[in-house]
Design a protein around this ligand. Structure first.
Ligand SMILES: Nc1nc2c(ncn2[C@@H]2O[C@H](COP(=O)(O)OP(=O)(O)O)[C@@H](O)[C@H]2O)c(=O)[nH]1
Ligand SMILES: [Mg+2]
Length: 232
């Protein structure tokens, strides 16, 4: 089991050195793929320096902020070239703490997809404003009810996929790009009948840098859910 950990970054210079250090120190065979969208704060150059120090680190530079979904897909394609068996995705801001990586990998031996989940017993959120709690909870309820998604946390970006799962999906045909990408991916994974598992995580709000989620993303997520629902 060799895993490629994909981290999309946009202005994460305060987080990426420590985060990659913690990930690379884990006792597992893994690669780290940082997908940077030409961050104005110089995250891309920091990532290059990390790659120069450790051959397990790979950097994809994109010309501008092109969105989370296509960043993941670019990372998936690079991961396939590395001969890995599993692909993990996580955020750069420590909301997805590397301490949970062993739990995801462990369940990954039995499941095709594993979600680091806020909404199973033992999981939760920390430092979240009540509005954000309501928003996330509501988005999950809607995705579950309208699309019949079975996992408890359908919008989590902390995931482990078996390589075959990603190969079974036409990645370049995924319509949504921002946060909705996560809902669309899960919808496709579930429709293919892959076995999905969840492990509890405590999701801490970022302590450094700024969030990139916008009101627009919320509207787009609503649109994605309806589009998937009526496409069948
Ligand atoms: N490459 C890339 N990364 C992005 C983009 N938007 C967000 N990210 C990264 O995706 C992760 C999640 O974004 P974040 O701002 O923490 O979202 P939030 O936690 O939902 O507020 C972080 O690692 C961001 O740096 C983007 O357009 N391109
Ligand atoms: Mg975040």
């Amino acid at each position: 089991m060799t895993t490629a950990v994909i981290i999309p970054t946009y202005n994460e210079r305060e987080n990426i050195p420590e985060l990659s250090h913690l990930i690379l120190a884990l006792p597992y065979p893994l690669h780290l793929i940082i997908v940077d969208d030409n961050s104005p704060d110089g995250t891309g150059e920091i990532a290059d320096a990390l790659a120069a120090q450790d051959e397990r680190v790979h950097v994809i530079h994109r010309s501008s902020k092109l969105g989370l979904g296509t960043a993941y897909v670019a990372g998936f394609h690079r991961a396939f070239e590395l001969g890995i068996s599993h692909v993990m995705t996580m955020d750069a801001d420590f909301s997805h703490h590397p301490r949970y990586i062993p739990d995801l990998l462990r369940l990954g031996a039995e499941r095709d997809v594993v979600i680091g989940s806020r909404y199973v017993p033992g999981g939760g959120t920390r430092h979240w404003h009540w509005q954000r709690v309501m928003l996330s909870w509501g988005a999950n309820r809607i995705a579950k009810t309208v699309l019949g998604l079975t996992p408890n946390d359908c919008t989590a970006g902390f995931r482990l996929y078996r390589r075959e799962v990603l190969e079974s999906i036409d990645l370049d045909a995924i319509f949504s790009n921002g946060y909705s990408f996560l809902i669309e991916m899960l919808f496709k994974v579930q429709r293919k009948g892959w076995r999905i598992g969840e492990v509890p995580i405590l999701f801490a709000d970022r302590q450094r840098g700024a969030s990139k989620i916008s009101k627009n993303e919320i509207l787009k997520a609503g649109y994605t859910v309806m589009r998937l629902r009526y496409q069948g």
